[in-house]
Design a binder for this molecule. Structure first.
Ligand code: ADP
Ligand code: MG
Length: 450
């Protein structure tokens, strides 16, 4: 059962994208896996009975559906409060191995090394830049700004730099934070009563380093005072030749409401993007993963996964570990095409409510707004066309989970960042804008009724 914790991490990553930040941090992040039983019950523990009740009341369906995607549809979930956990552990011997214990925080993931990073056309320049920076921190490109879509290896490369520097220059201080951690630390430092003391603690922590690595910087957009603090941290480090490495899901010019002075700081070193891997690289990544995790899967099955999942390495790996986990569970020594097809059928059936495909969705959107298919996939920029276009992109992405690049192709060869932007915009509007909600719901109804 070595896979359970890994699958659990994947589940958390998925949940993080689908619930609000606050609910994620409050309710999901503190959950601990206690057991994964023979009959596929995932036993989880909470920090209090209050937390347990909150989860059962408000989040159980969400948890169950995401767990279904990752552990297979027939998974059951049991949530225990601390007393029940004690009770459980006194009566059962959990099926988990030592490897399932969560790794310590703020240590670099030992698996995220340069050696384990598969280099292809899509990422060779980023890789070279990351290596150059790791080999001579502060000397080459400062800052190094890496951007690219979700699951393309940004965090892996950042950890690889961290691992490399720690090993090669044991005396150097390396700090890795996510933008969220930086923000939280900063807010905490403001909250303390002895202001000067905390400020100096905060500075000590961030300015007294040789290499500062900040992941997911895009979340700094809109956080004005955090931006200000980061600006000063940045200048301080940069001025003394300390290396700064930043990762983001988009280039500096596309991070909205980023102060101009920060934007210009981000662009003064080297900016590199990670692109989606081609088929050969995807196969190589899967093979590497099999070797690292000792998975056994035949070539047809492996190629099938690489063909189907073409824009996100995390999903690629997720599918591989799910397939191997499931085939292992039914006692097979090696996963084959059947296991893969089974795993895929769960994934694609659930979301796609009416069994629609991209063409049908586009047609329904066109009918609804009374425009033509050429309009929607073409170049027109008028509001009457742009809004339906973004809605269609959102619906295709949400209902079919097609890769951004593929959706880009459907929409007349648009770039994946354009598609991402449209999807994100409508995703945000779906939370706040009644009109958009109505459009989408009515189009879904049209699709269901055929
Ligand atoms: P991001 O931070 O860009 O969202 P991650 O760095 O978390 O993505 O990568 C997601 C997963 O894919 C990780 O497990 C990582 O090891 C793996 N991965 C991504 N790119 C590669 C690559 N080129 N070679 C090997 N593994 C990769
Ligand atoms: Mg990341």
């Amino acid at each position: 059962m070595q896979e359970v914790n890994k699958l659990w991490q994947q589940l958390l990553e998925k949940l993080e994208l689908s619930v609000s930040n606050v609910s994620f941090v409050m309710w999901f992040k503190p959950l601990k896996v206690v057991d994964f039983t023979e009959n596929k019950t995932l036993v989880l523990s909470t920090k209090s009975s209050f937390a347990k009740n909150q989860i059962l009341k408000n989040y159980f369906d969400k948890l169950k559906s995401v767990a279904g995607e990752i552990f297979g549809e027939d998974v059951e979930i049991d949530v225990l409060d601390p007393n029940e956990e004690k009770d459980y552990l006194s009566k059962n011997k959990p099926n988990l191995s030592k490897n399932d214990v969560e790794p310590a925080r703020n240590v670099f993931n030992p698996k995220y090394t340069f050696g384990n990073f598969v280099v292809g056309k899509c990422n060779q320049t980023v890789y070279a830049a990351a290596r150059a920076v790791a080999e001579n921190p502060g000397k080459n490109f400062n800052p190094l700004f890496i951007y690219g879509g979700v699951g393309l290896g940004k965090t892996h490369l950042l950890h690889a730099i961290g691992n490399y520097v720690r090993e090669t220059y044991p005396k150097m201080k390396v700090k890795y934070v996510t933008c969220e951690q930086f923000t939280n630390d900063y807010i905490e430092s403001l909250g303390s009563s002895i202001k000067n003391k905390t400020n100096s603690e905060f500075r000590e922590k961030y300015r007294n380093v040789d290499v500062l690595i900040v992941d997911d910087i895009q979340f700094i957009s809109k956080k004005t005072s955090t931006q200000e603090e980061f600006f000063h941290t940045f200048n301080d480090l940069h001025q003394f030749g300390k290396q700064i490495i930043i990762a983001s899901d988009r280039p500096p010019k596309e991070i909205e409401t980023l102060e101009e002075r920060l934007r210009s700081r981000f662009t003064m070193g080297l900016i590199q993007d990670l692109q989606t891997p081609d088929f050969e690289t995807r196969v190589a990544i899967l093979r590497k993963k099999c070797q690292l995790e000792k998975y056994s899967i035949n070539d047809d099955a492996l190629n099938y996964i690489a063909e189907k999942i073409d824009s996100n390495v995390r999903e690629l790996e997720g599918m591989l570990s799910k397939v191997c986990f499931l085939s292992n569970l039914i006692g097979k020594s090696s996963a084959d095409l059947n296991d893969v097809k089974e795993a895929f059928s769960d994934k694609y059936d659930e979301k796609n409510e009416g069994g629609s495909n991209a063409d049908q969705i586009i047609q329904a959107v066109c009918n609804y707004f009374d425009i033509t298919k050429d309009d929607i996939t073409g170049k027109k920029k008028s509001k009457e066309i742009v809004e339906p276009r973004m809605i269609a992109i959102y619906m295709i992405s949400e209902m079919l989970e097609l890769p951004l690049v593929t959706i880009g192709k459907i929409f007349g060869g648009r770039d994946h960042t354009t598609i991402m932007h449209a999807r994100d915009k409508i995703t945000a509007e779906m939370k706040t804008n009644r009109k958009t909600q109505t459009f989408v719901n009515e189009i879904k109804k049209m699709l269901k009724s055929g």
